[in-house]
Design a protein around this ligand. Structure first.
Ligand code: 5RP
Length: 234
């Protein structure tokens, strides 16, 4: 563990972001997620002597930040159609457990984050230590829904024991709504993820349990910790 001086949360996020630079593959396209930690990571990328060939971004916010930093942004379809690969994906999380399963979507980018992560090789999760939990679920689970299905999905979430609340801060980049679900039992997160995602009208649940992170870079006041997932990621 490398020791860090006393730091605020934003400084810890920057420390995690900086440590993730060791994980990127020089000359390759890089997948990046969304959020304040990713914003700092993008700023760090821009300062590199050899930045990535291009970025595939999981939100308009990240793409705008990357372009403002002079980084090249490409669409996922373009990369895959060219036959290129995305060896690494870097993103934050709202919660992460010891198996590197996560809740994501606090920034409403969960669907595109799942898509870009799924198209990429290694998932590198960058967090400050406040995001580490023994069991997922204190953070309300974001679920992206097609607007006309909001009430249908909300009823099913209530039947599952959750209390869904419509996020009032606007639509996602995909033009959909977010239900933030409080009080769900996430002792078996893979099962809950699979169940919610099979309902018509659900675009994605912000559970990254079946496919969690491969590496977590956790910045704590005591230093940087790197945790590796024990099983293979599908
Ligand atoms: C956005 C996300 C973010 O990764 C998550 O909300 C963490 O954000 P931050 O880095 O601002 O704490 O899932 O949809």
């Amino acid at each position: 563990m490398c020791k860090l001086p006393a730091m605020q949360s934003s400084e810890l996020k920057r420390a995690a972001a900086r440590a993730a630079l060791d994980e990127i593959v020089v000359g390759a396209v890089l997948g990046v997620g969304s959020g304040s930690t990713v914003d700092l990571f993008v700023d760090e990328l821009a300062a590199l002597a050899s930045p990535p060939a291009a970025l595939v971004c999981a939100s308009e916010r990240t793409a705008a930040r990357a372009r403002a930093n002079g980084l090249r942004v490409v669409e996922l379809n373009e990369v895959l159609a060219s036959g290129a690969s995305i060896p690494v994906y870097v993103d934050g999380a709202d919660e992460i457990d010891p198996q590197l399963r996560m809740i994501k979507g606090g920034g409403a980018a969960l669907t595109r984050e799942k898509i870009v992560a799924s198209a990429s090789g290694h998932f590198v999760c960058i967090v400050d230590a406040s995001k580490c939990v023994e069991q997922l679920g204190a953070f309300p689970l974001p679920v992206e829904v097609v607007p006309m299905a909001r009430e249908l999905v909300a009823q099913r979430l209530r039947a599952l024991g959750g209390e869904p609340r419509l996020r009032e801060s606007g639509l996602t980049d995909n033009g959909n709504e977010i239900l933030d679900v409080h009080g769900l039992d996430l002792a078996r997160p893979e099962q809950v993820e699979a169940r919610i995602e099979q309902w018509p009208g659900v675009v994605a649940a912000g559970l990254f349990a079946a496919h969690g992170a491969d590496i977590a870079i956790i910045a704590a006041r005591e230093g940087i910790v790197r945790r590796k997932a024990t099983g293979a990621r599908g």
